[in-house]
Design a protein around this ligand. Structure first.
Ligand code: COA
Length: 308
């Protein structure tokens, strides 16, 4: 049966969401398929080249791939999402989709392709090791594993969870030192962005914009005399994911980070999230101590050099 690979337009979004809901084998990913597809495809396209392809057999969508070019013009292509319908696997659909994406990247001058998240719009740092067919396919298709990344899980499923511990005493201590902690509003975005850029570099603008005041997302900040001392955000690409966060180096150790983290986790729980993913960490002892989080999802990142 002939396989046809075509570029997808916004009209195909419902079909791609439906396919991902079936083809993402891990339930936590399948459940968030609509948010994942929107973040990687429509929202990412607002600030970098993004393209999606569909694989069709007899007029039915059987596979999809979303690819994007790395920010900063450093000649790298990213495969953000690839999914093939369960009943269509091992018939070359994934191979054909990757070949088309690689050709597009090469045409844009990319010298390398990564099977890895392309922040700030990413759904996974790399391939979750439990997507074992994808791990096998990456190797078979000439990709080399180069890094490992992991998320931490904060359990929000029961009242006594350390992730839901009260922040009141710590907030009182901070207040006595002139530090206010509150929810960030859209009017705070310029100051937050400026703080994040000046303190940690420029990588978090889009994640802040995708968190503050957006449905299913949010952000909390700490300030003293109108000066931002720290922030924590969640939900920018996926409702269950927490991050990024950052505390000014001068304010580290004052308890600001733990308060900001647990305020976000409390919001996520109120929105119905039972297990928050702290994405692509980071300071393991901090998240373990502040929220009882544990390392759970592990991802392999892959790369392949394109032939000139
Ligand atoms: C990963 C995935 C996209 C592969 O799609 P596919 O259409 O089945 O892949 P192909 O048929 O093109 O396979 C290409 C090669 O990969 C390897 N491969 C793929 N699946 C494999 C498996 N289950 N076991 C061993 N090798 C496998 C094989 O070498 C295969 O070539 P071969 O069949 O000629 O031996 C598909 O399994 C999938 O949708 N998985 C769930 C979603 C996912 O994991 N996405 C990526 C993570 S974000």
């Amino acid at each position: 049966m002939d396989l046809e690979i075509v570029e997808l337009g916004p009209d195909q979004r419902p079909a791609v969401v439906e396919l991902c809901g079936r083809a993402l084998d891990l339930p936590e990913d399948a459940a968030e398929a609509p948010a994942i597809v929107d973040a990687l495809w429509a929202r990412a396209a607002t600030h970098r080249p993004v393209l999606a392809w569909g694989a069709y057999r007899e007029g039915r969508l059987v596979g999809a791939l979303v690819g994007s070019l790395a920010d900063g013009g450093d000649a790298r292509g990213h495969v953000d999402l690839v999914a093939v319908a369960p009943e269509q696997r091992r018939q070359g659909v994934g191979r054909a989709l990757l070949a088309v994406a690689e050709a597009w990247f090469a045409g844009l001058g990319a010298v390398e392709v990564l099977l890895a998240g392309n922040p700030p719009y990413y759904a996974w740092p790399g391939i979750d090791v439990r997507y074992t067919p994808a791990v096998c396919a990456a190797t078979a298709l000439g990709y080399t594993r180069d890094r490992t990344a992991w998320n931490m899980t904060a359990d929000l499923s029961y009242d006594g969870s350390p992730a839901l511990r009260t922040t009141a005493p710590a907030e009182e201590r901070l207040a006595a030192r002139g530090v206010t902690v509150r929810r960030a509003e859209p009017a705070d975005l310029p100051a937050l962005t400026e703080f994040a850029r000046a303190t940690f570099g420029g990588a978090w603008d889009a994640e802040l914009a995708g968190s503050v005041g957006r449905e299913g997302a949010g952000c909390h900040l700490a300030e003293r005399d109108g000066e931002v001392l720290g922030f924590a955000a969640y939900g920018s690409s996926r409702p269950s994911w927490f991050g990024p966060m950052g505390t000014a180096p001068a304010a580290e150790g004052s308890g600001i980070g733990g308060v900001l983290l647990r305020r976000c986790l409390r919001d996520q729980r109120a929105a119905g999230v039972t297990a928050a993913q702290i994405g692509w960490v980071g300071p393991v002892p901090f998240y373990s101590g502040s929220a009882g989080a544990r390392i759970e999802r592990v991802f392999f990142l892959y790369r392949r050099t394109l032939e000139a």
